[in-house]
Design a protein around this ligand. Sequence first.
Ligand code: GLP
Length: 242
Amino acid sequence: MNILTFQTQEALNKAGAGIITALVQTNPKARLGLATGGTPVGIYQELVDAYKAGTVSFQGVSSFNLDEYIGLERSHEASYYRFMQEQLLGHIDIAPERCHIPNGMAEDLDAECRRYEQLLEDSGQIDLQLLGLGHNGHIGFNEPDVALTRSTHVVQLREQTREANARFFDTPEQVPVQAITMGVGTILKAKMILLVVRGKDKAEIVKQALQGPITTECPASLLQTHPHVVVLLDQEAGSLLV
Ligand code: GLP
């Protein structure tokens, strides 16, 4: 694991975007695994700026998002589909037909999970999977549990997760209770994982995930088993690492 700590958000954002840009420049058909939440927003902004400056083109790139809420229309202001359009995909030259996200409105959710997992399987290995970190150690929406599910599946969201994400909704009750997420096995198949974490409120879980025991009670700790993980932290998130 290569852990890098940055003094400013700007430096972190530029480093994260630089890793992704370098990958796409060297592999124009790169397969990117993308994440939502507050954490990647600054990196996405840097990618949009790089595209607008003519530094990078995403024409041949494919994207695969980690997760999506169940029961929100794509047009809902808090859907991950809309988030991705507004933060990144709608501002770059990526082909819409190569942008993939689970369909949280599917009538048959189990069939949708199988479809998404098969799509990932057929598309080939993800070159870079971008990840944020939940306060309870979740990655994607893989919540802590006595056992984890390997592939794409439906998950019940923990109250802590719903509370953390309530800021994206008008009222806390509107936060969906379920989501579709890539499984931890799906995530670990990526060639490289780029984990990004910011803020003092994540310092304790960063320590557990990166330096604690490998346990399903902290899903991010399984990243310790992956051969190519780069972690970008701000100083606060990295403040408890020894
Ligand atoms: C969300 C997402 C995760 C994200 C995490 C942290 O619920 N499903 O993919 O990494 O929680 O979110 P944030 O970056 O807003 O702190």
